[in-house]
Design a protein around this ligand. Structure first.
Ligand code: NAP
Length: 287
């Protein structure tokens, strides 16, 4: 099975490459220069040159704050691009894997009582911000063009590459000596290696449709920061604060845990977030 990975310079794109390389899988990973998801000719050229069986789309417009004003750019990267890629895959009989986000939900704290295990795949969507709205529109565009596509939602993505909370918090602790972290937003991290393994499981089991990926558990960013510091053995004062201490342009969810039961029921074990955190911090230490 040959894989083509788009968005190769991003956090998840790099994670995919690490695992495919480790396993000696047949794959090609392309950045925007090699395959621009918003350019029909670029897509056709890449797909016809490399002839993959599976196209893994990790490319996206991911600037949550800027998406509130850069509406055209967010639309291109998160709606038009996935739509064009899905249409091209459909025309060539290529399976497509596409990623989406917890921000497709409203993220109300009261949803924590309704969805104790997290939002299931069929929970009503109500995107919390512009980025979430474009990602939701992208999901629909992909399914319209390629009903057998795999659309995989992840939350709080963290891996070895790119920017993420784990790397940011370690850097901030080391440079500032103390931390203030939000304690009224709850969810769970998705660690890149788990996301890739879970995606591969679904691909190999010939699944299609919508799935939630990630880790087991539900925590606040403050809980996450405490565990990162413990694993990194950095002794630092961490103050728990409300979201109001960090005003943002884009609204952030108070609850955005994604339930992974659908995936788990197929036989894929879901690791606890603590294991994922320890593994990532240890890998960062080894770099
Ligand atoms: N990060 C999170 O916490 C999070 C949470 C939930 C869901 N997700 C989803 O998970 C997926 C992967 O996210 P990530 O964190 O890996 O994102 P990322 O690190 O920002 O990487 C996105 C990549 O997409 C590329 N890209 C953007 N527009 C493109 C285009 N038109 N053609 C080709 N490449 C393009 C970017 O390249 P340039 O450098 O050239 O722009 C970048 O390398 C996305 O679908 C995202 O929405 C992420």
């Amino acid at each position: 099975m040959k894989f083509l990975v788009t968005g190769s310079g991003g956090q998840l794109g790099n994670g995919w490459q690490r695992i495919l390389k480790e396993r000696s899988n047949d794959f090609v990973a392309l950045d925007r220069g090699g395959l621009d998801i918003c350019d029909v000719e670029s897509i056709a050229k890449a797909l016809d040159t490399h002839e993959p069986d599976v196209c893994v789309n990790t490319a996206a417009y991911t600037q949550v704050e800027k998406a509130e004003t850069q509406t055209e750019e967010a639309y291109l990267g998160n709606v038009l691009g996935p739509k064009l890629l899905a249409e091209a895959c459909a025309a060539r009989g290529i399976q497509m894997v596409h990623y989406s986000t917890d921000y497709v939900f409203s993220g109300k704290l009261t949803d924590r009582e309704i969805f104790e295990e997290g939002y299931p795949e069929d929970a009503p969507t109500d995107p919390i911000n512009r980025y979430g709205a474009t990602k939701f529109e992208g999901e629909q565009a992909v399914f319209k063009a390629l009903p057998t596509a795999l659309v995989l939602r992840v939350s709080w993505l963290c891996g070895l590459d790119g920017n993420n909370f784990v790397k940011a918090i370690i850097n901030r602790a080391k440079t500032m000596g103390q931390l203030r972290v939000v304690n009224d937003q709850f969810g769970v991290p998705s660690f890149v290696p788990d996301v890739v393994e879970q995606s591969l499981f679904l691909i190999h089991h010939k699944q299609s449709g919508l799935f939630h990926l990630g880790s087991d558990g539900c925590i606040s960013w403050y809980d996450f920061a405490k565990k990162i510091m413990e694993d990194a053995q950095v002794d630092v004062l961490i103050e728990a604060v409300d979201s109001s201490a960090f005003p943002t342009v884009a609204k952030r969810p108070h609850f955005s845990k994604l339930a992974t039961k659908r995936l788990n029921d197929l036989g894929m074990p879901i690791h606890s977030w603590e294991i994922g955190c320890k593994t990532l911090v240890s890998a960062l230490n080894d770099e």
